[in-house]
Design a protein around this ligand. Structure first.
Ligand SMILES: [Fe+2]
Ligand SMILES: [Fe+2]
Length: 272
């Protein structure tokens, strides 16, 4: 495994920042980002909490933007380990924070969720969260891999947190998708969508497109998620258009046993 240089937080909009992380990589040509977000609203909001392995860097990045005592809300988009990795640690370090989850996140996390019930708020798709100077909206993205998923839209900046949607593998972590080769980016959205949501092959086309319409109607100025650099300006429409194609796109198969055989042989050769 080799470490990739760590990117400092990227400003997305006024008082809104993307926190970067990515998978450690072996020899793969691509990596997957593991990002999160901070909104310095009147009541500061942290959105998703990365993977546990990056806890130290994650907390340092968050606290470079907002003091622990000033964090009022920690929004969790869904219960996967790349979104909840530092949740317990952040809640322990931020005494005034409430975890914005939902009933099913609590159920699915079980004992791994170490947050007392009086520090929880349950927010469902379509519901709102008043953070003092703005009212954030929970909006489920079109593509997701957990039944608990909600995205988060900030009407004051137009920034939409898309959780696992509008995601793509990247060659290297970069601040914005402008730095990705266009075809790789758009094809990457299709591949990512189908890997995390294989049920896309089963969806009714019209009903799926309606879920994309819902995001388009928000008219986001920028979209960001755990697994994508910042998507802003004209790129928003491109990402939405690519997502519309995902149910029927031709994609590369996932690595299978023959790939694992190659890796094991290579490692065996190294060890010999
Ligand atoms: Fe996920
Ligand atoms: Fe994820």
């Amino acid at each position: 495994m080799t470490a990739t240089p760590h990117l400092p937080p990227t400003p997305i909009a006024k008082d809104t920042f993307l926190i970067h992380d990515n998978e450690p990589r072996a020899d793969e040509p691509v990596t997957v980002t593991l990002n999160s977000m901070v909104i310095r609203a009147a009541e500061a909001v942290v959105v998703d909490t990365g993977v546990a392995a990056s806890e130290e860097q994650y907390l340092a990045d968050v606290f470079s933007l907002v003091d622990p005592e000033d964090i009022r809300w920690v929004f969790i988009s869904h219960d996967d380990i790349d979104h909840t990795g530092s949740l317990n640690a952040l809640m322990a370090a931020a005494p005034n924070a409430t975890a914005v989850i939902n009933w099913f996140i609590g159920k699915r996390m079980g004992d791994t969720l170490d947050i007392p019930i009086h520090r929880q708020r349950w927010l469902g798709d379509g519901e709102s969260l008043d953070v003092g100077d703005r009212v954030l909206q929970a909006v489920r993205p079109p593509v997701y891999d957990s039944p608990t998923t909600r995205g988060l839209y900030d009407p004051s900046t137009g920034v939409y947190w898309s959780s696992d949607s509008f995601a793509t593998p990247v060659l290297e972590p970069v601040p914005t998708v402008d730095e990705l080769p266009l075809e790789m980016w758009l094809g990457g959205i299709n591949t990512f969508d189908r890997y995390v949501s294989p049920w896309l092959e089963l969806v009714d086309e019209r009903r799926f497109q309606a879920t994309v319409d819902r995001i388009e109607r928000l008219a986001p100025t920028a979209m960001v998620g755990c697994h994508t650099p910042v998507i802003a300006g004209d790129r928003v429409a491109q990402a939405i258009a690519a997502t519309r194609l995902s149910p029927n796109a031709a994609i590369q198969p996932q690595p299978d046993q023959s790939v694992l055989d190659q890796i094991q042989r290579a490692l065996g050769d190294l060890a010999a």
